[in-house]
Design a protein around this ligand. Structure first.
Ligand SMILES: NC(=O)c1ccc[n+]([C@@H]2O[C@H](COP(=O)([O-])OP(=O)(O)OC[C@H]3O[C@@H](n4cnc5c(N)ncnc54)[C@H](OP(=O)(O)O)[C@@H]3O)[C@@H](O)[C@H]2O)c1
Length: 269
């Protein structure tokens, strides 16, 4: 495993990744059955957290939970009560959540009009509504204790509005401004809010969305690297982490030179 050290490193935080701050915490990771979420669950457990992994795939979740000494929580976050039931289950069993990694999400590749209404509703429910509701469920107690880490797995699509990913981009943009706004609201109260802004991560995401990744750049990074980038930023108290780091450049160009950006993006998409 790259990134966060495994349990052997618990005795000293020599990595700058906040292992001592992770040790002994209770963490909830959505989408813990696969990809970035599974890597986050492994890394958090390796650093000494008690990890709850959420998702729908019972076999994958329980297998990983058994291997890392965590707890699998099976449920569908697109169901109306999905987020509330997940939060209830973890809060009842553990009494608190110190670290929430809002990671579960699904993509879509194709025209906006190619999506039917239920598909749009499901994507918004999973990628945007569920993280808001889970955050709402755990934040009051974090504020009362003056301590908490909230991680959001966003996407470059939420910063730039990628072609053929209109609804997906909108959900990730919503997540991003939600995190920004909440950071203001909770400033000075011990809450760290961090967004990971990845480009391309080597996970089943592309197979699941029905279109493989076929560009030459940016090159896919591993799920372990993506998760480590998020956790490192979270436990260093940083608001965001771009992966790869140069990804902030097109975002900066869009913000400062919008006409130039629009001209260039006609070619990039
Ligand atoms: N891969 C990339 O290139 C990339 C780039 C930018 C952002 N991201 C974001 O990274 C996050 C993680 O994706 P990934 O790349 O790790 O993909 P992944 O391997 O497909 O993982 C997606 C996770 O979401 C969970 N999930 C999907 N639908 C769900 C539902 N209805 N209810 C509960 N859980 C559900 C899945 O669990 P079950 O199947 O067990 O339900 C799975 O654990 C997503 O938010 C994605 O948008 C990915």
């Amino acid at each position: 495993m790259s990134g966060l050290p495994a349990s052997g490193a618990r005795s000293g935080d020599t990595t700058g990744m906040g292992v001592l701050r992770i040790n002994g915490t209770t963490a909830l990771v959505t989408g813990g059955s696969s990809g970035i979420g599974a890597a986050a669950a492994r890394q958090l457990a390796g650093a000494g957290a008690r990890v709850f992994l959420a998702g729908r795939d019972a076999a994958k979740l329980t297998d990983l939970a058994d291997r890392i000494g965590g707890t699998a929580v099976i449920g569908d976050l697109t169901e109306p009560a999905g987020a509330a039931e997940l939060a209830d289950r973890v809060l009842t069993e553990a009494g608190r959540v110190d670290v929430l990694v809002n990671n579960a999400g699904q993509g879509w590749a194709g025209s906006f009009t190619g999506m039917d209404e239920p598909e749009i509703a499901r994507m918004v429910a999973l990628n945007l509504t569920a993280p808001l509701l889970l955050t709402r469920a755990v934040l009051p107690d974090m504020l009362a204790r003056g301590r908490g880490h909230l991680g959001f797995v966003g996407s470059i699509a939420g910063r730039l509005g990628v072609r053929d990913e209109a609804v997906y981009s909108a959900t990730k943009a919503g997540l991003s401004v939600f995190a920004d706004s909440l950071r203001h609201e909770t400033a000075g109260r011990g809450i760290v809010i961090t967004e990971l802004v990845p480009a391309v991560v080597d996970t089943p995401f592309f197979v699941r969305r029905g279109r493989p990744y076929d560009r030459r750049s940016p090159r896919p990074v591993s799920a372990e690297r993506a998760s480590a980038a998020l956790l490192t930023a979270m436990f260093a108290g940083r608001p965001e982490a771009y992966l790869p780091r140069w990804l902030y450049l097109p975002v900066a160009i869009r913000a400062t030179l919008p006409r130039t950006y629009r001209h260039l993006s006609r070619h990039w998409g």
